[in-house]
Design a protein around this ligand. Structure first.
Ligand code: EPU
Length: 348
């Protein structure tokens, strides 16, 4: 095949996924511009190669080697747009590091994403799972995303409402592979209220007067809280929460609560959200480990690759946890990270 010069063959993905799974890509390229992206995708289509768009690799599990073309999004750039009064729009290239962008906005005095500090990964991956933490989600500030629609070949700007955002969910999860996100725009403001309602943040600031806090103070509080509870992927490879917090009917919530009075949960008008970490913890999994993989000892929602575990090892552990939680509570946990299936080489 007459392949573009930037494509490399048989590249290890171990340092490109936060679970440090030692899968490899048959073909691999870094993407630094929109034109390069379009050309590489056109090449993949011509050659019939599967493609995988990779950001920070912090929310996926490689079940095996990938026999197609991995495109690592390295498109960078930060730009302030529409600065008017207290409000401004910050545009971020998909390859920008998310946490660095949070600190950049907070240091400039802009509010809106400070609660999302220290979430690993790239800006371009943030809309896919609608990242959220400490009472704030990306959808609260996202204006639009620029995408390449692979079905039509068109560049499009999708507004917030087009993205079907829900808890850890979006259009990009419903139609995997269709849209390649190259840029996003966030509306931030210097005067909107800080979101300090989450118990961990209230405890952190305790008696401190919160009306004098800056977004940078809040980002730093979030960083301290996260560092206490969540493992650093550089030291303990992980993909953050491995399961979503399950949503059940109010009837099921009431029945569960009657049997388990200590169970945390967040009942709404029609459904209740449960704490997956608590359910897993109750089944005795917190701190479990075998030779390769385990469950974090401070947050039972986080699976760890301790020592050379494969994607299959991680998925087998997740499966055992799901079966136990189902058997004990009758609740089905849904996996949060995407699973990239092993692809068999086709023919030649
Ligand atoms: N809990 C346990 N055992 C544990 C951990 C927590 O019983 O091992 C209990 C806690 O006591 C609390 C409840 O479970 O009552 C909820 O725990 P926590 O407040 O730590 O939050 P979470 O629901 O487990 C979610 C997000 C995190 C996010 C935090 C803070 C999901 C799937 N996870 O965790 O997101 O940082 O809230 O907002 O929604 C991620 O998605 O990767 C992630 C880390």
């Amino acid at each position: 095949m007459n392949k573009p010069a930037e494509i490399r063959e048989n590249v290890s993905l171990r340092t490109l996924n936060s679970l440090a799974i030692d899968a490899s890509a048959r073909w691999y390229a870094d993407v630094n511009s929109d034109d390069q992206l379009a050309a590489l995708l056109a090449f993949a289509d011509r050659e019939g190669l599967e493609t995988l768009i990779l950001g920070g690799g912090s929310n996926l599990v490689f079940a095996g080697d990938f026999d197609g073309l991995v495109l690592h999004m390295a498109l960078t750039g930060r730009r302030w747009e529409q600065v008017e009064g207290d409000s401004a729009v910050l545009a971020l290239g998909a390859g920008e590091n998310w946490h660095d962008a949070v600190l950049y906005a907070a240091a400039a005095g802009y509010r809106g994403i400070e609660n999302l500090a220290l979430i690993p990964g790239t800006a371009g991956a943030a809309p896919v799972q609608n990242i959220g933490a400490y009472g704030v989600e990306l959808r609260d500030s996202l204006v639009s995303v620029t995408v390449l629609d692979r079905d039509t070949g068109d560049w499009q700007v999708l507004a917030n409402e087009d993205c079907d955002f829900a808890y850890r969910d979006s259009l990009f999860k419903h139609q995997p592979g269709r849209y390649v996100i190259v840029e996003l725009r966030l509306r931030l403001s210097r005067s909107q209220p800080l979101a300090l309602g989450y118990a961990d943040l209230r405890d952190y600031f305790e008696a401190q007067k919160t009306d004098e806090l800056t977004p940078l103070d809040v980002a730093q509080a979030v960083m301290a809280v996260r560092r206490r509870k969540l493992p650093d992927p550089q030291q303990m490879p992980n993909a953050g929460s491995f399961f979503k917090n399950p949503v059940v009917s109010l009837a099921q919530w009431e029945a569960l609560k009657a049997d388990n009075p200590d169970m945390p949960g967040y009942p709404g008008r029609e459904t209740a959200k449960l704490a997956a970490a608590w359910l897993i913890d109750q089944c005795g999994w917190k701190g479990f480990r075998d030779e390769r993989v385990g469950v974090h000892n401070r947050q039972a929602l986080v699976l760890i690759n301790h020592s050379g575990g494969s994607g299959a090892d991680v998925l087998a552990l997740a499966d055992r946890i799901q079966r136990d939680v189902d058997a004990r509570f009758g609740v089905q946990l849904e996996r949060e990270p995407g699973v990239i299936p092993a692809r068999k080489a086709s023919g030649a």
